[in-house]
Ligand binder design. Structure first.
Ligand code: FES
Ligand code: FES
Length: 143
């Protein structure tokens, strides 16, 4: 069994911010961005949703869905907690080491699970900056 910290176990059993963000939760000055990542190491997947105030580039809400392991669930919970209230550029500065230290550490073999969250964040922010997903075009298909 992996040597997980209490914080990891707590967020695994009581994940924060799990689920999707629906377009009807958005006002006209807000954009939903989505980032999807699959891990080459284990084949797990993570989808991250951001609700962003497009006048200030501030992340108002962040949610995730994953097929990943306990580390991925805990890392994604930590990530989504940490980036709420940040601007997208501040969020891009967040490293997976900071995510891991917020969790009190991750087993070395599980660091890539936190990298998956960070990569999904980068993908979601590219989505926001490049080709914003307009509400009517949002892909509602389940993960
Ligand atoms: Fe598969 Fe972590 S997400 S081992
Ligand atoms: Fe898949 Fe950890 S083994 S992300």
């Amino acid at each position: 069994m992996w040597d997980y910290t209490d914080k990891v176990m707590d967020l695994f059993h009581n994940p924060h911010n799990m689920g999707a963000i629906a377009t009807q939760d958005c006002t006209t000055t807000e954009t939903i961005a989505v980032g999807e990542i699959g891990s080459i190491v284990c084949g797990d997947a993570l989808r991250l949703y951001l609700r962003i105030d497009s006048t200030t580039d501030t992340i108002l809400d962040a949610r995730f869905q994953t097929f990943g392991c306990a580390s991925a669930i805990a890392s994604s919970s930590a990530l989504t907690d940490l980036i709420k209230g940040m601007t997208v550029d501040q969020a891009l500065q967040l490293t997976n080491r900071e995510i891991a230290s917020y969790l009190g550490g991750l087993p070395q073999e599980k660091m890539h699970c936190s990298v998956m969250g960070q990569e999904a964040l980068e993908a979601a922010i590219s989505d926001y900056k490049g080709i914003p997903v307009r509400p009517e075009e949002e892909d509602e298909s389940p993960l």
